[in-house]
Ligand binder design. Structure first.
Ligand code: UDP
Length: 344
């Protein structure tokens, strides 16, 4: 008879662990999981996440402020989870460049701890199902304009720190796939492309919240380079809708999936779209790459996922238009700024 702990209420009740659950993507995922009736434990060290992204009180939500490695170390032997979503990671390549040692250690050590725990914390002391969020950065220097999951990858030399982020995410993927192959852990690896939406903030360099914030306050939108570089932006609410569906499907276990949008927009056009959508009086200012990235950071010209695999597997169909996302992101930034004023 497996040991029954305080969190073990029997099978089918959805005991779920979300690392990084108070971050931008994590908090939307938690909302979704609570919505389907799960009992959710969020572990987040609040390095970039915010407690206010989650409901203050919820009968099925437990919040632990810690790294997932530290939280796991103090979990009792009866702590059981059906599913683990491991989202905790260093956010954004720019932030990684500011503190590469911390970023490398965070990405590798935390994922390794999650998998050691996952092999024994599932129902009856078996393995829990685990989904990890990887990144389109894993593709490195693109060899084609459309990124497919089984593409070869090419990185720059180890003397260029920028590539450490991609490499640590690739190691996380190896850890996940090896645990599936050797220890029978049901895992899904998701490579997230540019994810945008409410609760996203501009402070980690991401273009859309930066543009929307500038447009709201009538400041100049800074387009790096000539603005012909393109990205595909997917609303976070579409992203979190598909993650639990991938993990629920046993045919998806042991596989890697791109998740995002496959409709590119040039960054210069994005700036115009934001201004138009929000009726802003802001102007667009082009910033040369050398000033935007004084450390010589190489910006990718195009990034577009192939979504064939995720479409086939779970019929992934994003619903939110980019215009809708811009409008909702603007409301969330406005709300946040008025809440901030209220707190002052
Ligand atoms: N970018 C920009 N202005 C900004 C921030 C970013 O023109 O204020 C550009 C950036 O050079 C890149 C694109 O927008 O070409 C997307 O940047 P982001 O950091 O959001 O995503 P990533 O480069 O990781 O895809």
């Amino acid at each position: 008879m497996p040991q029954q702990g305080p969190q073990d209420a029997g099978p089918g009740t959805g005991r779920t662990l979300v690392s990084g659950g108070s971050g931008f993507i994590g908090s939307h995922l938690v909302e979704r999981l609570l919505g389907r009736g799960d009992r959710v434990t969020v572990v987040d060290d609040l390095s970039t996440g915010r407690r206010s992204n989650l409901p203050e009180e919820h009968p099925r939500l437990r919040f632990i402020e810690a790294t997932v490695k530290d939280a796991i170390a103090v979990f009792g032997p009866g702590e059981r989870f059906d599913e683990i979503y491991h989202l905790a990671a260093a956010v954004g390549v720019q932030r990684v460049l500011e503190d590469p040692i911390r970023a490398i250690e965070t990405n590798v050590e935390q994922t390794s701890a999650v998998f050691r725990f996952a092999t024994r914390c599932g129902p009856g002391g078996g393995a829990a199902r685990v989904l990890i969020t990887s990144s389109s950065e894993v593709y490195g220097k693109p060899s084609s304009t459309e990124f497919r999951e089984d593409d070869d990858v090419l990185y720059g030399p180890t003397t260029v720190l920028r590539w450490s982020y991609a490499q640590t995410k690739a190691i996380d993927e190896y850890l996940a796939l090896a645990h599936h192959a050797r220890r029978g852990v049901p895992v899904v690896v998701v490579r997230l492309f540019n994810t945008v939406g409410p609760r996203q903030v501009g402070s980690y360099g991401m273009v859309l919240p930066r543009f929307v914030e500038s447009a709201i306050y009538g400041r100049r939108l800074e387009v790096y380079g000539d603005g012909t570089q393109s990205r595909c932006f997917c609303d976070v609410r579409d992203v979190v809708e598909v993650l639990p569906r991938l993990l629920a499907e046993s045919a998806c276990h042991g596989r890697v999936f791109n998740v995002g949008s496959d409709e590119p927009i040039a960054i210069g056009d994005l700036a115009h779209l934001v201004i138009r959508t929000l009726g802003s009086s802001s102007e667009i200012h082009h910033v040369p790459y050398a000033s935007a990235y004084p450390d010589g950071f190489e910006d990718l010209h195009h990034r577009r996922p192939s979504l064939e695999r995720v479409r086939k597997a779970v019929n992934f169909r994003p619903k939110y238009s980019l215009v809708q996302t811009i409008v909702d992101l603007a409301s969330s930034l406005r709300e946040e700024s008025s809440a901030g004023e209220g707190r002052r």
